[in-house]
Design a protein around this ligand. Structure first.
Ligand code: NAD
Length: 419
């Protein structure tokens, strides 16, 4: 299904439950602004190649749009629109003063040298001009874009506006005022949610068993932080090539070693370890399951086999809408992506705050603020779910989070006189 249709369907469902004003609903079903750009770039071979770039400002009633830029061969306007809508709800649920946006370029970075990548990044910013800015629309890295790309984009923007404005983009290298703590803020935020959810479900994290799908930024930090913060036992982990299960718990040095030597964590060797597939990883009998890789992993055809008590969506869209309902029936607490992985955008917000005020924080201040924010989002979501339950209406955590987010944006639009 077209991702934007899914985003609209989710909004429609929330609108019906919360009895959203019809005028507000109509505004929120479509992006505020959609840019499709034709971007010619003189490549290092002397020839001009033309790229298609997108930037969508979905809604900015609560503040400048915020959202990453993807460089991907299959990028499409519909995907960018969906991601921009989800960013609107993510920023609203986290209660940070941003709206939602997203951008992308159809390109294959694996076939480009560094110089061409820099030329394309700068050309994209020239095409956007002042349609981005610290008080307008603030990009960040996403799939196949890096802190280095953010630094080039920031530099190009400053050439255009002839001002030092480090807050134009987040996820920058620390040398150009990226933030300490931002690197692991997605997984760290997810860990704070895990702590609160475990408390609610009476799971003791130190005694809990955990399975993690994915060994990239989100998955690897989920592994190291669950040990560092809680002393928890991760018994299964995987990457795109397969996975490993060990009832005694896995060791990070051995995992890194297996990845280096065999190309996959599946090559791990422990006393009682055994190779498992990605499907088997999702079906392990564990307390906590963390999908931290890609979308559409728990679906109508395998949701019945999931046996955890708590599912934390570190990845974007790992559980399909049909599977969400099946898990809810099975009384598995499935906490949605735009709550669980919102530590990334909250970290970006803190980077922006430091850039625009010029007051730079140490990591302990960064982490304590992150903890407070994520804990509040979790508590708000659970409180609303309870409130509906007390009125006899059962809604899942994803819907509760949606209703909070949509209500805040609708109230901002109302106050501003948009309807
Ligand atoms: P990454 O590219 O660093 O890592 C992805 C991992 O997933 C890799 O280990 C890869 O081997 C694994 N993988 C790929 N295909 C797989 C498959 N079919 N089955 C199992 N594993 C597979 O990406 P990341 O930054 O860790 O992002 C992971 C997810 O988290 C994505 O959905 C992303 O949108 C989401 N997310 C990440 C951040 C962040 O700050 N990194 C923020 C918000 C959301």
């Amino acid at each position: 299904m077209d991702p934007f249709k899914i985003a609209q369907k989710q909004l429609d469902e929330a609108a019906e439950i919360m009895k959203l004003d019809k005028q507000a609903h109509a505004i929120l079903r479509e992006p505020k602004r959609t840019l499709v750009m034709n971007i010619p770039v003189r490549m290092s071979n002397g020839r001009t190649q033309t790229f298609t770039g997108f930037r969508v400002r979905y809604n900015d009633a609560r503040g400048p749009a915020k959202g990453g830029i993807r460089f991907h061969p299959q990028e499409s306007l519909e995907t960018v629109k969906a991601l921009a809508a989800w960013m609107t709800w993510k920023c609203s649920l986290a209660d940070i003063p941003f709206g939602g946006g997203k951008g992308g370029i159809i390109c294959d970075t694996k076939k480009m040298n560094e110089r061409d990548l820099e030329s394309l990044s700068r050309a994209y910013v020239r095409a956007l001009g002042t349609d981005i800015g610290p008080e307008v629309d603030i990009p960040a890295p996403d799939v196949y874009t890096t802190p280095q790309i953010m630094a080039w984009m920031m530099d190009e923007y400053m050439n255009i506006v002839r001002k030092s404005q480090f807050g134009v983009i987040t996820g920058k290298p620390v040398e150009v005022w990226g933030s300490e703590g931002r690197m692991d803020s997605t997984a760290r935020g997810g860990m704070y949610i895990m702590r609160e959810a475990a408390k609610m479900l009476k799971i003791t994290p130190k005694k809990a068993t955990i399975a993690i799908q994915g060994f990239g930024n989100a998955g690897r930090y989920a592994f190291t932080l669950s040990k560092e913060l809680f002393g928890a036992k991760v018994v299964a982990i995987s990457d795109s090539e397969g996975g490993v299960y060990d009832p005694d718990g896995l060791d990070i040095e051995k995992l890194d070693d297996a990845k280096k030597k065999t190309g996959s964590v599946g090559g791990y060797k422990g006393r009682r370890s055994q190779k498992i597939s990605n499907e088997e990883l999702l079906e392990q009998k564990v307390d906590i399951l963390i999908p931290a890789a890609i979308e559409n992993q728990v679906r109508a055809d395998n949701a019945d086999k999931v046996k955890c008590k708590l599912l934390l969506e570190f990845a974007n869209g790992p559980v399909t809408p049909e599977a969400t309902n099946i898990l809810f029936e099975k009384k598995i607490v499935d906490l949605p992506d735009f709550l669980v992985n919102s530590g990334g955008v909250v970290g970006s917000y803190y980077e922006w705050v430091q850039n625009v005020t010029g007051d730079y924080w140490d990591t302990s201040l960064f982490y304590s603020k992150l903890d407070k924010k994520l804990t509040k989002s979790f508590n708000d979501t659970m409180a609303l779910q309870k409130e509906y339950a007390s009125k006899g209406q059962k809604i899942n955590p994803r819907m509760a989070a949606y209703i909070i987010a949509v209500d805040r944006v609708a109230k901002a639009m109302k106050a501003r006189g948009w309807y």
